[in-house]
Ligand binder design. Structure first.
Ligand SMILES: C[S@@+](CC[C@H](N)C(=O)[O-])C[C@H]1O[C@@H](n2cnc3c(N)ncnc32)[C@H](O)[C@@H]1O
Length: 323
């Protein structure tokens, strides 16, 4: 496992926290939720009955394992399977087991911004599927995209599950997809999960569970700033707030200050003030329909080859090729 990107990640954390907290309105990127505690909280979220996304995608992959696996296969030269934002790999393992059991010649390369997630996944796969060829790496999406071009000797399949793309606003999603496309050859595939528009209440509930786990997950970014950047945020003085706009399909998470306060973040020499009810925007979780995914693909010069969905059409995994 390579961890040579870590200093870059810690510099990016400082820079982006400074930018986000000095902006008006304030924001912090959801990619900073994930450390040892954030990864565990996200696993707890995935187990919540309200968080339908994981089960929907798990069902899609479990019910179509052979069809998906065989789309990926290259009998002649084998293939590289690269997963961005792999997390704990729960759903990917279904495919990995099929591929390992059906004579696929392949390397699995999970990449994630969370060093903890990468380490856990690599250790876990070494135990569960010791024969698997795993080359795990810590890295940020945009920073590793350039290096994907190096995987050009044989077919590659790039996977992005969990509707991770929904954390990007459309213009950023187009940039992300375009860069993915730039790194693809004609026979390469992109297999990506997109959470679909549905009853707005179902979506709100998924990001606003009654047990408070999503709230703790959202506040973990403040805990990380306290721990890693010498901040003195008092997370109990913020409330978790979720909104969903059914017209645009955009769900947003906020932290809202319940009183006026001043916060210092020593390692970036920053003191910021909050007014009572001032917000920090922390996450976007975009919801899609076919027309929007089609539009994103077109903007990025990708074509949709096929897609797989669950019984309720709550979620779709699309297969893209370079145009
Ligand atoms: C919503 S979770 C989904 C995890 C997994 N794909 C799944 O479906 O269960 C997002 C994952 O992407 C990682 N991540 C978030 N932003 C990232 C970024 N900018 N670059 C790389 N990884 C990122 C997080 O650490 C986390 O493991």
């Amino acid at each position: 496992m390579s961890t040579n990107t870590k200093p870059q990640l810690s510099t990016a954390f400082k820079k982006e926290v400074f930018e986000g907290l000095t902006n008006s309105p304030k924001y912090l990127s959801s990619k900073f939720f994930y450390d040892k505690i954030g990864d565990k909280l996200f696993q707890d979220i995935m187990a919540l009955p309200e968080y339908y996304l994981t089960n929907a995608e798990y069902d899609i992959i479990s019910n179509n394992t052979e069809a998906i696996g065989e789309l990926f296969r290259d009998r002649e030269n084998g293939m590289d399977m690269i997963e961005l934002g792999a997390g704990d790999g729960k759903k990917t393992k279904v495919l990995l087991k099929y591929m390992a059991g059906n004579n696929f010649n392949f390397v699995y390369k999970p990449i994630d911004i969370s060093e903890n997630a990468v380490e856990l996944l690599a250790n876990n796969l070494a135990k569960e599927m010791p024969a698997l060829n795993v080359d795990a790496e810590v890295g940020e999406y945009f920073e590793v995209l350039e290096r994907l071009k190096g995987y050009d000797k044989r077919k590659k399949v790039i996977m992005v599950l969990g509707s991770n793309i929904g954390n990007l606003e459309h213009h950023k999603a187009i940039e992300f997809l375009s860069k993915l496309k730039d790194g693809m050859r004609g026979d390469d595939l992109l297999f990506m999960g997109f959470d679909q528009k549905k009853n707005p209440q179902t979506i709100l509930d998924a990001y606003n569970d009654s047990s408070g786990i999503t709230e703790a997950f959202n506040k973990n970014v403040l805990m990380r700033i306290n721990k890693e950047l010498g901040g003195n945020f008092q997370p109990e003085k913020f409330i978790h707030w979720e909104t969903y706009n059914p017209e645009t399909g955009t769900a947003k998470s906020f932290l809202v200050a319940t009183e006026a306060m001043s916060v210092t973040v020593e390692k970036i020499n920053l003191t910021v003030t909050f007014d009572e009810w001032e917000t920090i925007h922390t996450e976007i979780s975009q919801k899609y329909d076919d027309a929007t995914v089609q539009w994103l693909a077109q903007q990025a010069n990708l074509t949709i080859e096929t897609y797989f969905t669950d019984d309720n059409s709550h979620y779709k995994n699309y297969v893209f090729r370079k145009k």
